[in-house]
Design a binder for this molecule. Structure first.
Ligand code: GRF
Length: 224
């Protein structure tokens, strides 16, 4: 079997997506190893999760750098020192610059809690609710120089329920995030992912031509 893909996970917060990746590796659903977890926030709970699983951690506090480029240059040093091949943004609350993207071309991925290009930026669930969308979801994409913009690898649709608030919707979206991120990274680990312009082509993609998620569901009857 091929050598596992070496991941560097960048995060700023609780790290439930990191946890899902740790679990997917342990369950042998993901042929990868997490070489290092890097945070710009010393108190990020994701660092605790990493340490509990014996994964190396590094704190790179953005405040001490003159510029975003200088901060990214330090990130590149840390990631290279750990032999990272794929950079995984998992709730990393900093915009990355060409310094990082140039060091890992087409090798930086991100996850966003909406079906991009709908609802980019912060509070995607709040935006979807405010818009009255009936379906939102999850996007895993390659990172380019624009926020929440690069070529899309995996999307998962999630219906918005009548009594949803931001917290409830967030929890359901996160459950799908945790599946989607491992899936996308596994496709990359298997060498099945190719970028062509804005499109990502996946070897052996078996999309179901008849599949659809309707909200409300097609089958629902409202009268006797
Ligand atoms: C996720 O919802 C992800 O989509 C967004 O940041 C959040 C990180 O959550 N980019 P967690 O720290 O992995 O729990």
């Amino acid at each position: 079997m091929a050598r596992p893909l070496s991941l560097g996970v960048l995060l700023s917060g609780s790290g439930t997506n990191l946890q899902a990746l740790i679990d997917a590796v342990a369950a042998r659903q993901l042929d990868a190893q997490i070489a290092v977890v890097v945070s710009n926030e010393a108190t990020a709970y994701g660092l605790v999760r990493a340490r509990e699983h014996g994964i190396s951690t590094e704190i790179v506090a953005h405040g001490v750098f003159r510029s975003r480029a200088a901060f990214d240059a330090r990130l590149v040093e840390v990631l290279r020192a750990h032999g990272v091949e794929l950079v995984v943004l998992a709730g990393f609350m900093r915009l990355v610059t060409p310094v990082l993207l140039g060091a890992f071309p087409a090798r930086v991925v991100n996850i966003h809690p909406a079906l991009l290009p709908a609802f980019p930026g912060l509070h995607a669930e709040r935006q979807a609710l405010a818009h009255g969308a009936r379906i939102t979801g999850v996007t895993v994409h390659f990172v380019d120089e624009h926020a929440d913009h690069g070529p899309i690898i995996v999307q998962v649709a999630v219906p918005i329920l009548p009594d949803d608030d931001e917290a409830r919707l967030h929890l359901r979206i996160q459950r799908q995030e945790h599946r989607a991120y491992a899936r996308a990274i596994q496709l990359i680990a298997e060498g099945r992912v190719r970028i062509e312009g804005r499109r990502v082509l996946i070897d052996g993609d078996t999309a179901d031509a008849e599949a659809a998620l309707a909200s409300p569901p097609f089958a629902q009857r409202t009268s006797p």
